[in-house]
Write a protein that binds this ligand. Structure first.
Ligand code: HEC
Ligand code: HEC
Length: 337
């Protein structure tokens, strides 16, 4: 009798254990339907990295979970706050134990199109990018292996990882799921988009229409760099912020002297909501940015030849700023508020 009960106890244990990895326990997964905004180019998903409902769900949970930082104090969303259009409102970001980072936190809209990441183009892979903040001493100060270990003991994460990737939480699962989530963040429903792609003549006011023309004009030349549906040509340019740069930008990556002070041309989508500006957050307002361009830069030796004194009238400055405000789209952040 005793034997039988021990045996059945063992059997129950075994079935519970095997059940955990059993296919029956898995959640249903399916392809994630990307909502690509009107007027945006088609986006081809890397066959190797399918975007599925569960991968996105897991990535989203991880993005908001401070468990990925050493002392479980901050998450990706501590710096990329949805309510601030996935920025933090600070000039320079602040990480674990209030450590000061070295650059301004960018928004995370439309990353699916990004050919590379960081303002110096330090990586071209969204999966690998995830490692940077987790391991950075001034950001989350942890490491991806230990972070994944933590996830293994949490039923919700184990289950999602097994269901979405057919493996336990590990660095592969962690980086792939966060990247999958990031690729779903499209923003393209601003007044400008309604005017341009949805035939809504009234979406822009008169000042914004003048600002739009001015932006792409020979006089202002903004559109020479801030071009395309994301308002960036993804080039690295020196816009003459300084005569001598403390942060050398692109040169950190290429070691090419001529790249000193070159930074990625940033997207201007939602720019009115993501102050302060530039790689170091040195401009507090759009007005300050427009004044910078109007003055023609500080005259750095490698300053782009497109940056010269412009001579905007007060009216033109206001029109340009109003146009930049028309690039705001709040629909993509709403699900997170
Ligand atoms: C302490 C603040 C902080 C935390 C925490 C943080 N980031 Fe960032 N993030 C930044 C800053 C600052 C940059 C810009 C760095 C640069 O350009 O060199 C950045 C850049 C990025 C970029 C590149 C965007 C682009 O367009 O080039 C992505 C993607 C990103 N972060 C995702 C994440 C994810 C995912 C996490 C969590 C695993 C995370 N970040 C955690 C501050 C933070
Ligand atoms: C030569 C290319 C070039 C031209 C021309 C140009 N920009 Fe820029 N713009 C950049 C680069 C590069 C940065 C980022 C610099 C940095 O991070 O230090 C930038 C940054 C900005 C930012 C700040 C974005 C942010 O999120 O921090 C705004 C706003 C902006 N530009 C608007 C304009 C306007 C308006 C014009 C026309 C008057 C213009 N730009 C002309 C290359 C250019």
């Amino acid at each position: 009798m005793l034997r039988i009960s021990i045996l059945s106890f063992l059997l129950i244990c075994l079935s519970v254990v095997s059940c955990r990895n059993n296919d029956d326990d898995k959640l249903e997964d399916s392809n994630y339907e990307l909502e690509i905004p009107e007027g945006f180019p088609a986006f081809s998903i890397d066959e190797d990295k399918p975007i599925t409902e569960l991968r996105v769900e897991l990535g989203k949970l991880l993005f908001f979970d401070p468990i990925l930082s050493r002392d479980s104090s901050i998450s990706c969303a501590s710096c990329h706050k949805p309510e601030l259009y996935f920025t933090d409102g600070l000039a320079i970001s602040e990480g674990i134990e209030n450590r000061i980072g070295f650059r301004n936190t960018p928004s995370l809209a439309n990353l699916a199109y990004a050919p590379f990441l960081f303002s110096d183009g330090g990586t071209n892979n969204l999966e690998l990018q995830v490692l940077a903040p987790i391991e950075d001493h001034n950001e989350m100060d942890f490491n991806v292996v230990e972070a994944a270990e933590r996830l293994k003991s949490i039923e919700k994460y184990r289950n999602l990882a097994l269901s979405a990737f057919n493996r336990e939480p590990d660095p592969f699962v962690l980086t792939r799921s966060i990247a999958a989530f990031e690729r779903t963040l499209f923003s393209g429903n601003s007044a400008y988009d309604k005017f341009t792609f949805q035939n809504n003549e009234n979406a822009l006011n008169e000042a914004q229409k003048r600002g739009l023309d001015l932006f792409f004009s020979e006089k202002a030349k903004c559109g020479n760099c801030h071009s395309g549906h994301l308002f960036t040509n993804f080039a690295f340019e020196n816009i003459g912020l300084y005569q001598s740069y403390e942060d050398i930008g692109r040169q950190r990556i290429t070691f090419d002297f001529a790249d000193e002070g070159k930074f990625k041309v940033p997207s201007l989508r939602n720019v009115a909501k993501t102050a302060p500006y530039m790689h170091d957050g040195s401009f507090a307002t759009l007005e300050a940015v427009v004044n910078h361009y109007n003055n023609g830069g500080a005259g750095h030796p490698f300053q782009s030849t497109l940056i010269n004194p412009i001579g905007f009238t007060e009216q033109e400055k206001q029109d340009l700023i109003q146009f930049l405000e028309a690039l705001t789209d709040s629909t993509w952040i709403e699900p997170f508020l």
